[in-house]
Design a protein around this ligand. Structure first.
Ligand code: PMP
Length: 290
């Protein structure tokens, strides 16, 4: 029995799960999405992901044709249909089928897609030994364009940044904002440790309000680790004691080298290890059963 994919209330086998070539999600990247994870039968931070999806949609004036609780039920049902306990969920809402023009008014009904897939992780080696990253020249979007808080289907800017990372022989890259301050990586938020405190760029530096970022901030508050949302430069990062990235797929992943500079002693740090342990504890309890 193959993977069943939800499209507009019906289930399709993977080979048959298709959208129209007139869907504006395909034609223009006009739509929004979420990446969510389940741990041993618990959906992690489901409410936060659903809220962010609806906020992204609201920002682009896309009215999702179902209430939030119906969306939650559809996600749970798709996981049950596929009998998956540990999954990566991709929730997509496109503008829907229109004509070849840009006008979203021509799209009468948004398309809702739910894919539950296996999780593809950074290799064990990266998790244990840490990542090397570089700063690249593609800037993070400015607020006046596609606001970085909108998790839109138009990820070309991030893909360009990822291409630069790959060209430099690494897996991730730091994107700066138009003022030259550190924003985030192509698909992850960034943190540094200096002394006994944690630092991460504020939302206004041009970052996605990452849900894993939020979980790390919550853990810091709980464990009384000072946490500062502060504008950061590359200089600050070069001189950090530890560095790590956060994201739904990556979870918390240590960074040991940036732009050829060793970070701290060049090994994943103690604070990072402590946060990884606390994060894993959280995933075991902080979830919605399906
Ligand atoms: N920044 C960007 C640009 C992202 O696409 C993502 C999600 N992959 C993140 C940060 C991390 O966000 P979250 O913790 O909500 O997955």
């Amino acid at each position: 029995m193959g993977l069943k994919i939800y499209i507009d209330g019906k289930y399709y086998q993977k080979e048959d799960a298709k959208v129209s070539v007139f869907d504006h999600g395909l034609l223009y990247g006009d739509g929004v999405f979420e990446g969510i994870r389940t741990y041993d039968g618990l959906i992690f931070k489901l409410k936060e992901h659903i809220d962010r999806l609806y906020q992204s949609a609201h920002a682009i004036m896309l009215e999702i044709p179902m209430a939030k609780d119906e969306m939650v039920e559809a996600v749970k049902k798709t996981l049950r249909e596929n009998e998956m306990k540990d999954a990566y969920i991709r929730l997509i809402v496109t503008r829907g089928i229109g004509d070849l023009g840009l006008d979203p008014r021509k799209c009468s009904k948004p398309t809702v897609i739910i894919i539950t897939d296996k999780i593809k992780l950074y290799s064990q080696e990266f998790c244990e030994k840490g990542l090397e990253i570089v700063t690249i020249s593609t800037q993070r979007n400015i607020h006046e364009s596609v606001n970085p808080q909108i998790k839109s289907l138009n990820y070309l800017n991030n893909i360009l940044a990822k291409v630069e990372a790959i060209n430099a022989g690494v897996e991730e890259a730091i994107m700066l904002n138009s003022e030259g301050y550190v924003a985030e990586c192509t698909g992850d938020n960034i943190f540094m440790v200096k002394g006994d405190a944690l630092y991460t760029p504020p939302i206004h530096s041009g970052v996605l309000r990452g849900i894993t970022r939020g979980a790390v901030i919550d853990i810091a508050h709980l464990k009384e680790i000072p946490i500062h949302e502060e504008v950061l430069t590359r200089y600050d990062l070069f001189n950090a004691d530890e560095m790590f990235l956060t994201g739904t797929a990556a979870e918390i992943i240590p960074v040991i080298k940036m732009d050829r500079r060793k970070i701290g002693d060049g090994k994943p740090g103690k604070m990072t290890a402590k946060l990884i342990t606390e994060f894993h504890k959280l995933t075991k309890v902080d979830g919605v059963r399906f």
